[in-house]
Ligand binder design. Structure first.
Ligand code: 26Q
Length: 798
């Protein structure tokens, strides 16, 4: 506090204490960072480079303290100074540089990589504004900018010595060398600087500290500056603004964002900066010999967002290093691996060829050449089959030519993986069947995971202490050891202890809920939690329709028997996604009515917690009894919130989709509430022609709640304000089969309700959920990647 902040403990507020605590923790972090870098350098290790447009890190203080083994010590030290660690941790803003699952997965993976002593660098964008802050005004979502660095980020280190420059726009000149060979030269129209910020990533145990390197864009002074005379001084600032816009803001659309130029420039900017950084490091060790590049470097593409790195590496190898095409392709295609996170057709990235031509003219040429050579391969396997060629081509012909980044990634990578067994099977069967036929070894599965350090040890200290007391304290590193808890599942004393902790966590959350919303909830009620981005395929509206059905049952029959239940939601909608925003509005309007209807005697409460983010998840997950994982089968690639909730002793109400299937396999069918259509049944229903009206007319409850939406009951001043939901489910064709699954969902909920009434049964089921989540540690995911794809060796750090 004295040396870094220049302030005094008498004057210090919580924020100053937070900053001072960071500064002293950071000393330990940087010591290990230096040792790690030395060790990696001297051992000349192969490393993985995780390219991701998003890293959803959340807060770092608690995590770093736990991973360094300094949490209790720090808590004590601060206590002696009259300061409460929990309070000052609340001062830290979330690093919300991601939308949801994909970004949080990247954060869990770099935690596990450091924990397992694997040489790894995370590469991404240093957004000035992360995912928007969500306010709720009169029930509706309002977006406000997120300014996570307003008071500085004490964890990050600026590295101006490693600035990179990248090119954009301009044209390509074709030259002929003396030996008659063609040489291409890209004359860029703009140069942008990339300034790297390093965030240390502390492994559990505090030995390996890797880095997350995030690029900030800046105007390049010599290029845009010197050419202007004194009179151009003011105009030159405009170019600066354009350059600095690149890393300004995270696109808040997960799953889709149609053809925005700036988004493409963001993708190229961080991919190109990162590649240059990797090549600089490689050359320092190996000089100009490219022979060992793919032995030393593996690059994992987190979805297709950084796929432009493939033609970028080809460009460097061919135009700069002057390698021939085959040599360059051999290196490139042994360097990249690609993870697919979605099957939704609208979410598969495509860029207009015209846009690429303007922004990255040389890259478009290279993509055409990659495609040309690939088409020859296809012709050899399927002679004369133009349909297959059309399907596999990187270029989609149409009134506007498009570049398909998924096809480019599969063709340019040596490994492609899906993120859960079912998802990977569908990637092979439906998305890329011909590619699977061509390269039967290339497509594979790596089931997602979560770090148990953040998602149990740090966020649920009570349960962590109980577990450690029973089975020892090495479970954060060996999560499979939780299985030892199995034998306590029937133990009445342990059940009491386990459920007492759940209750205490619920009491804590109830206080937060009151402070955040003014709503009082009963910690004895079932806490039923659905937390995830708002999407039709995730079906928050199925949950809502069921809540409305319960409401009706209670109004019709005041003696209707059910366990009191609090339905908690957390979800952000993409700002341009109208129906998603309507669903948020509907949840809030239903909440308003239900929570103030005294006839219900508090049997149901509905709470929408604003601004769902990592730090809020850390409070909600330990307090959850029920985990809602209710996507239409075949739509959720994996899910990872499902794993976090189950690990913390919540029981899943879920469909046979994504990782739910593997969770069910682990916990056993008797410890999960599975409902709904399977992937095959959804397919069948589509084939035979799905008609949502069948369900509307057949099921009185469905009809009643849908019609209810179209009254003024929940929107007294605005009749019909919730009708868009009804319309999407009827005239809209109900693309996500909400009505088809309603009855089965309602029955699963009834089963959950009955199970909760039996305290001992519920406790047993909850314990077995925690005990059987070992598979879903991200350490296991990382070991799978290492064995199947990355082929890394751990490198010990002193
Ligand atoms: C694309 C183009 C333009 C702008 C934005 C985007 C964009 C951004 C984010 C597209 C997709 C995303 C994020 C996707 C995502 O989070 N997918 C989730 O990934 C998780 C980790 O594998 C899975 O568990 C989830 O099932 C999957 O939905």
């Amino acid at each position: 506090m004295h040396c870094s902040l220049g302030t005094d403990e008498n004057k210090a507020n919580n924020h100053a204490w937070y900053k001072a605590t960071c500064a002293s923790v950071q000393e330990h972090v940087l010591e290990q960072l230096r040792k790690t870098q030395k060790s990696h350098y001297f051992n000349d290790t192969r490393a993985v480079h995780y390219f991701s447009a998003e890293f959803l890190m959340g807060r770092l203080m608690s995590n770093n303290l736990h991973n360094l083994g300094l949490f209790e010590k720090t808590k004590q030290a601060l206590l002696e100074l009259g300061v409460n660690l929990t309070d000052i941790m609340e001062e830290e803003p979330d690093m919300a540089l991601g939308n949801g699952g994909l970004g949080r997965l990247a954060a869990c993976f770099i935690d596990s990589l450091a924990t397992l002593d694997f040489p790894a660098v995370g590469y991404g964008l240093h957004y000035e504004h992360g995912l928007f802050r969500q306010d709720i005004k009169n029930g509706a979502q309002i977006e406000r900018p997120d300014s996570w660095r307003d008071y500085g980020n004490p964890w990050e280190i600026c590295r101006p010595e490693s600035i990179q420059e990248i090119s954009l726009y301009g044209y390509v000149e074709t030259k002929y060398k003396d030996n008659g060979q063609v040489q291409k030269e890209w004359h860029p129209g703009m140069i942008v600087k990339g300034l790297p910020w390093d965030i240390p990533v502390v492994g559990y145990g505090g030995k390996t500290v890797n880095v997350l390197r995030l690029w900030q864009s800046q105007a390049s002074n010599y290029f845009n500056w010197d050419v202007f005379n004194a009179g151009g001084y003011v105009d030159a600032q405009k170019e600066n603004v354009q350059a600095e816009t690149i890393s300004k803001v995270l696109y808040p659309n997960d799953e889709t964002e149609a053809g925005k130029q700036l988004r493409l420039i963001q993708q190229y900017f961080f991919s190109a900066c990162s590649l240059k950084d990797i090549i600089r490091r490689y050359k320092r060790a190996n000089g100009d010999d490219w022979k060992y590049f793919s032995e030393q470097v593996v690059i994992q593409l987190n979805d297709t967002h950084p796929a432009i790195a493939i033609p970028e590496l080809m460009r460097i190898l061919i135009d700069r290093a002057e390698l021939d095409w085959d040599t360059a392709w051999d290196i490139s295609s042994k360097t990249f691996a690609y993870t697919n996170h979605t099957l939704l057709p609208e979410a598969l990235e495509k860029w207009p060829a015209r846009m690429l031509e303007k922004i990255l003219p040389r890259h478009l040429e290279i993509i055409y050449e990659i495609n040309h050579r690939f088409m020859e391969k296809v012709e050899a396997i399927w002679p004369g089959d133009n349909q297959i060629k059309q399907k596999l081509s990187i270029i989609e012909e149409g009134h506007e030519k498009m570049v398909r980044m998924g096809n480019l990634s599969v063709i340019g990578a040596f490994a492609v993986n899906g993120v859960a067994e079912i998802h990977s099977a569908l990637v092979k069967k439906n998305l890329f069947p011909e590619f699977d036929q061509m390269w039967p070894e290339k497509l594979t599965n790596v089931t997602n995971g979560i770090t148990p350090r953040r998602w149990l040890k740090a966020c649920n200290p009570r349960l962590s202490a109980l577990i450690s007391e029973k089975i020892g304290d090495d479970w954060p590193l060996h999560l499979e050891n939780l299985a030892t808890l199995d034998k306590y599942a029937d133990n009445a004393k342990f059940q009491k202890q386990f459920m007492k902790i759940k209750h205490e966590n619920k009491v804590d959350l109830a206080k937060d809920v009151l402070a955040l919303t003014g709503i009082t909830i009963n910690p004895k009620a079932i806490f039923d939690v659905q937390i995830k981005r708002l999407h039709e395929y995730k079906r928050q509206h199925l949950n809502l329709l069921h809540i409305m059905a319960l409401y009706r049952r209670l109004l019709e029959n005041p003696n209707y028997e059910m366990q009191p239940r609090v339905f908690l939601f957390g979800a952000k909608a993409a700002p341009g996604y109208k129906l998603a925003k309507d669903i948020i509005y509907a949840i809030n309007q239903v909440a308003m009515r239900v929570n103030n209807d005294h006839r219900l005697k508090d049997k149901i409460k509905v709470v929408f917690l604003p601004n769902y983010r990592v730090s809020l998840a850390e409070k909600m997950i330990p307090a959850a009894d029920i985990s809602e994982q209710i996507s239409t089968a075949g739509k959720e690639a994996s899910g990872t919130g499902n794993m976090k909730l189950s690990l913390n002793g919540a029981l899943t109400v879920g469909t046979l989709d994504g990782a739910n299937i593997e969770i069910a396999e682990e916990v056993g069918d008797e410890n999960i509430f599975i409902f709904g259509l399977t992937v095959d049944q959804v397919q069948q229903l589509n084939d035979q022609g799905y008609n949502p009206y069948d369900y509307y007319y057949k099921n009185k409850e469905i009809k009643a709640v849908l019609d209810w939406l179209d009254t003024d009951y929940f929107t007294p001043d605005k009749p019909g304000a919730l009708a868009s939901i009804k319309h999407s489910l009827l005239e809209g064709g109900d693309p996500y089969k909400v009505l088809a699954d309603f009855e089965s969902y309602s029955q699963a909920q009834l089963k959950a309700d009955k199970a909760y009434a039996d305290k001992s049964l519920w406790a047993k089921m909850a314990i077995l959920n925690t005990a059987r989540m070992g598979k879903f540690t991200s350490d296991r995911s990382i070991q799978d990647y290492v064995q199947k794809i990355w082929k890394l060796k751990p490198c010990a750090v002193e």
